[in-house]
Design a protein around this ligand. Sequence first.
Ligand code: AP5
Length: 213
Amino acid sequence: MRVIFLGPPGVGKGTQADFIAQKYGIPKLSTGDLLRESVAKETALGKEAKGYMNRGELVPDGVVIGLVEEKLGSKECQQGFLLDGFPRTVTQADQLSTYLTAKGEALDRVVYFSLSKDEIVRRISGRRSCPECKAVYHLESVPPKSEGICDTCGKSLIQRNDDKPETIESRLAVYQEQTAPLIEYYQNRNILGELDGAGLVSAVQDRLVALLA
Ligand code: AP5
């Protein structure tokens, strides 16, 4: 299975991506996670990406495309993959298409997650993440067992720099301008499926499994 999760920030892509990757035994490639890892390790790529991310802007296409192609070329991606947060521009989508065609591969499905703006803002504002194992929580809807502590590895949870109120609006605007055009892009290729992202994590999960069946 070669699948893309597309949708606005905070809609729940990452939460569902972990579940689907495990269920289908395919690797999840989250460009957000890969970039945050590079920032934390202070690599050259991370230093370049940091400012864009903190401002809620997209990291330049060339940087992200190189990162994804390197991962897609690895052995673990040969039987399929789940791309979470990539592509995010028409240039990225075109480049991915060229790359896969050259390998004789094609995408099976693009899942577009939809959700009201109010709920998106509520989800992003209450998100807390584990800097160690990358587990994602929400203060109200997906709380950890002990306040502020990761259930899995016991580290203190943090709020992402780009989840601060002043950055949320600019991320949503960037999404509308640069990423939303991909909905029509993949609709025209007859591989887009829309998923209602509202409701409990388990309810979204059930709808997603049905959509991918
Ligand atoms: P990235 O990390 O990809 O951020 P994003 O797309 O903005 O998505 P999020 O991680 O914010 O949200 P999500 O949809 O995964 O939601 P989640 O499951 O966490 O990118 C960050 C930055 O990196 C970008 O701004 C950009 O700078 C750069 N970047 C990344 N990819 C790039 C690319 N391709 N090109 C250029 N730049 C790139 O859920 C959100 C919250 O809701 C959590 O608290 C969760 O617990 C909770 N939640 C989830 N589901 C439910 C539910 N059903 N009910 C209630 N709560 C829920």
